[in-house]
Design a protein around this ligand. Structure first.
Ligand code: GDP
Length: 465
């Protein structure tokens, strides 16, 4: 009888276990890898972690323990936690290798239920937390689903201004020789596509621009080298009649480009939304607001545009593109300004206010049915120590750390603007931060951070009640 009772109990437990899929995204170098490494690390130390006072499940002793368990999606690469920790614990400490593709990890959180049927039926319950990491650049591709190849080409042609036009010179002159109506020349198309891809990389690396499309070209993951990434926008529309182009033979150069674009729409963009995005419960979007402040106005405005675009994926209005594809289930989104330890603590409220302004317009004008949203600033792995220095008889806030070359430095990086920077800000204010290496860590202690506990509370607090 007792054995049956135990079995029954196990069955009830299993059926009542919770499951949360937490998605972590952001443009490249926003800090996704550092965030996930720290999140796993904080949770793994949960029973002795003094660094999580704002996470109610830990503060109130509901969370008993956390362990890593094998993930269920066996075709998705595993998040490289051990490798990341190895880098952080090396001498001198180094940052983990950044994200290039989607990856996943699964944690089992054992906790004491506080409310509802779980509290009545069980002393302890398990919440399975799947953490999915994916490049934010992939979300920039959503609008491609609403444009055919000609429309996309026309939109890209309009973008060729300023720095982009300068950087595009090489691939544009290479592509100008392509006759759209000639039989498809795969080698020529591949060569132009390669030059177009180099251009997209240089937009990011040289010009500090973030809005690059198609997103997979710069973060191809397992698609690197595949023909589906060998196409480019046909931007020489002024030399051709659009109606004729639309009628181009499927075996022509134009036909091949059109077919690859369509394949990309269906098998890359749509597949990501269907296979991954549609299954997320919670989302954190990491934003590095400081890098574009360092880089200048064009980079800053481009980052805003990229964020606007990124937010389209959370626009669940009834007639939205996403609703036509699937019914999304994300109910909470957190925007986090990362690397808060790059600026002195009294600047943190400004950092949050700036991020709020950056996302607010898109948030206000779109219909986000049933999604809660919040903004905060954090540092996943704190690399500096705040303090004060004497300057002309006054105590000034400062940061102390070691540069990537392991040199000790004390700096004051400057003020973060509270509002979107105006013309005069760019002319008068210098903002200059240094990239520090992580602080020396002890393997048995949780990683130092700023407000990771606040993020955990927002993302998981209610699920552990
Ligand atoms: P990803 O491309 O989004 O995965 O970005 P990473 O997590 O690899 O972060 C990119 C770089 O940003 C790291 O190599 C660090 O130099 C820096 N970084 C990330 N998080 C922090 C942080 O909390 N503090 C500081 N000081 N630097 C950070």
């Amino acid at each position: 009888m007792n054995r049956i009772g135990n079995e029954l109990n196990k069955l009830v437990n299993r059926s009542l276990d919770r499951h949360v899929r937490l998605a972590v995204t952001g443009l490249s170098r926003a800090g996704k890898t550092a965030f996930i490494t720290s999140l796993i690390n904080q949770l793994m130390h949960v029973s002795t972690n003094p660094r999580l006072p704002l996470f109610s499940a830990v503060r109130e002793d509901h969370l008993l323990g956390v362990k890593r368990v094998p993930q269920l999606d066996m075709h998705v690469p595993k998040f490289a936690y051990d490798e990341g920790m190895q880098s952080l614990l090396s001498t001198p400490p180094a940052w983990p290798e950044p994200t290039r593709d989607v990856s996943q990890t699964r944690l089992a959180l054992r906790y004491k239920p506080q409310k509802g049927p779980l509290k009545l039926l069980q002393d302890t319950a398990t919440m399975y937390l799947d953490i999915v990491d994916y490049p934010g650049e992939w979300l920039l591709d959503l609008p491609l689903l609403d444009m055919n190849y000609l429309e996309w080409s026309a939109q890209q042609a309009k973008l060729m201004k300023g720095k982009r036009a300068e950087l595009a010179d090489k691939w544009m002159s290479l592509g100008a020789d392509l006759d759209p109506f000639e039989p498809a020349d795969e080698a020529q198309i591949e060569a132009i596509a390669k030059s177009f891809t180099d251009y997209l990389y240089s937009c990011k690396a040289e010009a500090g621009l973030h809005w690059v499309q198609p997103g997979r070209f710069v973060l191809p993951g397992e698609l690197a080298g595949a023909p589906v990434l060998h196409f480019f926008p046909f931007v020489w529309l002024q030399h051709h009649n659009e109606a004729e182009l639309a009628q181009a033979d499927e075996h022509s150069n134009f036909g091949m480009l059109k077919a690859r674009y369509k394949y990309y729409q269906q098998h890359v963009v749509k597949a990501f939304y269907r296979e991954h995005f549609s299954k997320f419960d919670r989302q954190i979007i990491l934003v590095d607001c400081l890098q574009p402040l360092n880089a200048g106005p064009e980079s800053f405005n481009d980052m805003r545009q990229a964020l606007d675009q990124l937010m389209q994926s959370f626009k669940y209005g009834r007639s939205s593109l996403l609703r036509r594809l699937f019914s999304p289930r994300i109910d909470k989104v957190l925007f986090a300004a990362t690397k808060a330890d790059h600026v002195t603590p009294e600047q943190h409220p400004n950092l949050v206010s700036l991020l709020q302004q950056m996302v607010n317009e898109a948030w206000q004008t779109a219909s986000f049915e049933g999604i809660k949203m919040d903004c905060m600033s954090l540092s996943s792995i704190q690399a500096t120590e705040p303090g004060f220095v004497s300057y002309q008889g006054q105590q000034m806030p400062a940061l102390r750390g070691h540069t990537l070359d392991d040199e000790a430095q004390t700096i004051y990086p400057g003020e973060v603007p509270r509002r979107l920077p105006s013309e005069s800000y760019w002319q008068s204010n210098g903002f200059d931060f240094v990239n520090f290496r992580p602080l020396t860590q002890q393997s048995d202690e949780p990683l130092p951070h700023i407000r990771m506990d606040k993020a955990l509370e927002y993302l998981l607090g209610d699920k552990l009640q």
